[in-house]
Ligand binder design. Structure first.
Ligand code: UD1
Length: 347
């Protein structure tokens, strides 16, 4: 049997022009894999491809197409021998998912079903799926492990992540030759250290760190800190903020583990990908000020509907089984996020 080395392996990265996807393309390249991007650029810019080219020194082939389009999958799989898929392409705005649930069920769930059917049709075996810590809801105890109970989703977005995990698990159990890993991300922040790629939120950012950087850059008014009456150290909500490059590297480790399974009849597993440390909103603001020497103008406002009090990861399993661990600090991530913001503001 010919054993392929990463050098000969081609990985399809859906949503590869997006925030986490683009950083993962860089890490795949560094690990010796070839990437092909499938993206409809609905929430990303073509300029990301230029940033990628500058970082890795070569073009990454891409298909501008919709993951709901069966013909797009046929074209990609006919024109490339794909060894594995990292599936990022999805919508992720919690509020929008409440307003327009069908968009989320179509783009996140139906497209994932189509993708797996096409993997089956073309004999593609390895899948890394982007899941989220949102599946833990408001946890009963912290930190959360992969065994912590799944809570009823509080948004269609959260529900799509739970449903997709189930779909993948059920399919692996019956479909010979499909191997898959779901990575449950905590809160990805930061940008590549070259600041050639980073997060590009469209419109007013819903997430904390892009809102902070845009406020400090003068693009937004005061930052609202949503709630200071949570039962936490300082009353503000706690999350596990992970540098996007550390998160990207977890995908390369997951892929390597899948490939190591060889022709194992079935393989499915789930990993938490966080830092293991919870930070409150006020702690993030303080860390940002320390990392950049800049002041964040903020005011305490009422809680935001749907927010949980605290969630952070136990990463023992990903440390031990994936052989992966974070290398960057919260301040590294916030410093990179700010340098990226400064660069974007100048464009
Ligand atoms: C949310 C989703 C998560 C999803 C992620 C990506 C939930 C529970 N979590 O993460 O599944 O993957 O978005 O979009 O639905 N905050 C402020 N002011 C702001 C913005 C945020 O105080 O202007 C606070 C929030 O109240 C929260 C923390 O900052 O406590 C982090 O918020 P955010 O960055 O939006 O991420 P999550 O809500 O944790």
């Amino acid at each position: 049997m010919l054993i392929k080395t990463p050098l000969h392996m081609k990985i399809l990265v859906t949503g590869g022009a997006g925030f986490i996807g683009s950083h993962t393309v860089v890490e795949l390249f560094k690990a010796g894999y070839e990437s092909v991007i499938l993206d409809n650029f609905s929430n990303s810019e073509k300029a990301v491809l230029d940033g990628l080219k500058e970082i890795i020194g070569q073009e990454t082939p891409y298909y501008e197409a919709d993951i709901n389009d069966p013909a797009a999958w046929d074209k990609v799989f006919t024109e490339n021998k794909i060894d594995g898929i990292i599936h990022f392409a999805a919508n992720k705005a919690v509020g929008e998912s409440v307003q327009n649930p069908l968009k989320y069920y179509r783009n996140n769930v139906a497209a994932t079903v189509l993708m797996i059917e096409k993997m089956q049709e073309y004999g593609v075996s390895n899948l890394v799926f982007s899941s989220s810590c949102t599946v833990y809801g408001e946890p009963d105890s912290l930190p959360v492990t992969e065994q912590s109970p799944i809570k009823p989703a509080n948004s269609p977005y959260g529900n799509t992540k739970q449903i997709c995990e189930e779909i993948i698990k059920d399919t692996v159990a019956t479909q010979k030759g499909l191997r898959a890993i779901s990575l449950r991300y905590f809160n990805p922040i930061g940008a590549h250290e070259t600041v050639l790629i980073g997060e590009l939120p469209i419109g007013v950012p819903a997430n904390l760190v892009p809102f902070i950087t845009q406020t400090v850059a003068g693009l937004r008014g005061q930052l609202s800190v949503f709630g200071d009456d949570y039962p936490t150290r300082d009353g503000t909500a706690v999350r596990d903020y992970i540098h996007v490059v550390d998160l990207a590297k977890a995908h390369v480790s997951a892929l390597a583990l899948l490939i190591k399974q060889g022709d194992a009849p079935a393989y499915y597993d789930i990993f938490n990908i966080g830092t293991g440390t919870g930070s409150s909103v006020l702690e993030v603001i303080t860390a940002f000020e320390k990392a950049t020497g800049l002041k964040v103008d903020y005011a305490i406002k009422p809680r935001r509907a749907g927010d949980v009090t605290a969630v952070y990861a136990d990463c023992t399993k990903s440390n031990e089984v994936l052989g992966w661990k974070t290398e960057k600090t919260l301040e590294d991530a916030l410093g990179d996020a700010w340098r990226w913001q400064e660069k974007v503001a100048k464009r």
